[in-house]
Design a protein around this ligand. Structure first.
Ligand SMILES: NC(=O)c1ccc[n+]([C@@H]2O[C@H](COP(=O)([O-])OP(=O)(O)OC[C@H]3O[C@@H](n4cnc5c(N)ncnc54)[C@H](OP(=O)(O)O)[C@@H]3O)[C@@H](O)[C@H]2O)c1
Length: 270
């Protein structure tokens, strides 16, 4: 297992790589820190990272919705590094309603990403913390037929179908605003829709040593009968310290299997 022990110098180097401004040198390629974060930082076109922080038993919250402090301090630092390396972080409206998050970079030094909330039916009231905390800009993505409500945020309208909003249409709308390196941070339903659409390049699953016992899972797929039908993306395993991280290459797995994302199907209740 590779160990992630971040030093200020290599972190500064990764921040300098953002958006492909400088590439990874041959000498850096064997460094586990560069192997983990380099592809996120140096992506010059569209790049989608999905991240789940979960317990040993695969839960991301209690049944009552408490999701704070699942990840240990090194898992939190990892999440904040990912936020600092992308241009925008996406969460679903369920996460904002449950956690009222700031979605900022606090555990490490680095820039704050633009905050994007998928709120198809305009369920947010406008009173939520992220609209008023003076942090990075907020973009709301709503269905074309969502009721008009005034927010301290830019509102993007995307055509709503029976399946909801097309994740590719969301990425296109963000790309038009220069936002191409994206972190999909949760919750399970939002991540599921991006994976289902075959749009996730990397999936990070950070596992912390606690057992919650019941509660929602970070990823939910339709049942399979045989383990031979399970998805087995190429993965590297890293010790973050307090948490263990699986870095899965989803896009490569889908295309090498000729799936183009179509076979990675999420359950309707995901
Ligand atoms: N541990 C972690 O890593 C982590 C991270 C984030 C959140 N969480 C936890 O996850 C839970 C929330 O997850 P969740 O799955 O219930 O909610 P969620 O994914 O945050 O939000 C789901 C809602 O977002 C909207 N949405 C997302 N993608 C959409 C699309 N493509 N088209 C249309 N609407 C879309 C839908 O709203 P409509 O219902 O209006 O259609 C959907 O119901 C909370 O308990 C939170 O604490 C854990």
């Amino acid at each position: 297992m590779r160990k992630i022990d971040m030093a200020d110098q290599i972190w500064a180097r990764l921040l300098a790589m953002r958006g492909g401004r400088t590439g990874v040198t041959a000498a850096e390629e064997s460094d586990p820190i560069v192997a983990l974060y380099g592809p996120i930082a140096s992506a010059s076109g569209s790049f989608v990272l999905a991240q789940v922080g979960q317990s040993l038993d695969g839960r991301v919250a209690t049944p009552a919705g408490d999701a704070r402090d699942i990840s240990g301090p090194d898992g939190i630092a990892h999440l904040h590094r990912c936020r600092a390396l992308v241009e925008a972080v996406i969460v679903g409206v369920g996460t904002v309603k449950a956690d009222n998050p700031r979605l900022s970079v606090r555990a490490v030094k680095g820039p704050n990403p633009v905050r994007v909330v998928v709120d198809c039916r305009a369920q947010l009231t406008g009173d939520e913390k992220l609209f008023h905390d003076g942090g990075a800009p907020v973009i709301l993505i709503q269905g074309h037929d969502a009721p008009p409500i005034s927010y301290a945020a830019e509102v993007l309208r995307v055509r709503r179908t029976e399946q909801g909003l097309d994740p590719q249409a969301m990425l296109d709308a963000l790309s038009e605003r220069g936002l191409n390196r994206i972190l999909v941070e949760g919750g399970a339903r939002t991540i599921a829709r991006f994976i289902d659409a075959g749009l996730v390049d990397r999936l990070h699953v950070a596992i912390a040593p606690l057992i919650i016992g019941s509660g929602p899972a970070g990823i939910s797929l339709p049942p399979i009968d045989q383990l031979s039908s399970a998805h087995r993306p190429p993965a590297r395993v890293y010790s973050l310290g307090s948490d263990i991280l699986f870095d899965c290459e989803l896009r490569q797995a889908a295309s090498s299997a000729g799936m183009n994302g179509q076979k990675i199907r999420m359950a309707d209740h995901a």
